[in-house]
Design a protein around this ligand. Sequence first.
Ligand SMILES: [Zn+2]
Ligand SMILES: [Zn+2]
Ligand SMILES: [Zn+2]
Length: 338
Amino acid sequence: MPELRKNPITLNWVIISTERSKRPSDFIKSQDHKEKVSRSESCPFCYGNEDKTPPEVLVYREENSPPNSKGWSVRVVPNKFPALSQSESSPERNHTPLFETLSGYGVHEVIVESPDHSATLGEYSQEQTDKVMSALLERYRDIRKDSQIRYIQIFKNSRAVAGASLSHPHFQLIAMPLIPSIVDKELLQGRNYYVEHNSCIFCSIIEEEIKTGTRIIAENNRFIAFCPHASRFPFETWFFPKEHRPNFDSMDEEDVSDLSTILRSVIGKFEENLNSPPYNLILHTAPLDLEGKEYYHWHLELLPRLTIVAGFEWGTNFYINPTPPESAAQFLRASSLL
Ligand SMILES: [Zn+2]
Ligand SMILES: [Zn+2]
Ligand SMILES: [Zn+2]
């Protein structure tokens, strides 16, 4: 059973993952086997290898095709080596005066985006991207019924440098019994701003970005994508629903369609003009027990890995970004004309 442990100084939690356990000596060996699983015979997410994953929990497939066989377009399976698991009935807390431990209760799933091993988010059809977004939503809505779960983190690691251990395109979902500290910090600041200004800080940022215009990359009816004013990384990009929406799962069909459109377009620009950099795409949404709050606004953060996070950043949580977000946004806006 995995364990969550709290650092008594920073108050950040870590997951000590026994399921994915590695002996200390495993790290001495070369790590270059990663991203080499590229042939469809050995990739568990490719057509024909459905028996190499745990049975599917959600699937969009051709009519009459039997479960856990070919014929699917999007497939969701439990992670074979889960960081957190529901194998114990509820999260249990243990305290010593100094150290706090919580049993690793949670859910860890993989959303396989396409049967095509080398396809990318920037290349999918609108229909395929809609299906991926709908699968994320369906799983989110189902998992949130578990009252022990307080937060559902959806994310995507693209390419090995960004943490993908399998190159076949997939999202992951980790549902956990606590609220991650980054979201907590965003909530706290959201609340402070709301008390002072009687409006959502994220709505104010969106309004300001639209007024200035210099950091916007793309926009449609329901969504906007821009490089944030204090971008940590070159080409860091945030996607927001333009209307105030605290929860990811408040999306309707039109939202799904507009989100797919803007994601395909922006990630397509990254792939075409920045040589498909490794990236992380992460969801930030209101915690499950904070439904409908006026001061939180869900969003996606796209973090390209064009620079290396090193000693200064680890030491200070302070980032050195060599590319002003205004230049990054201008480059991407113009890139559709290249
Ligand atoms: Zn594959
Ligand atoms: Zn808002
Ligand atoms: Zn955020």
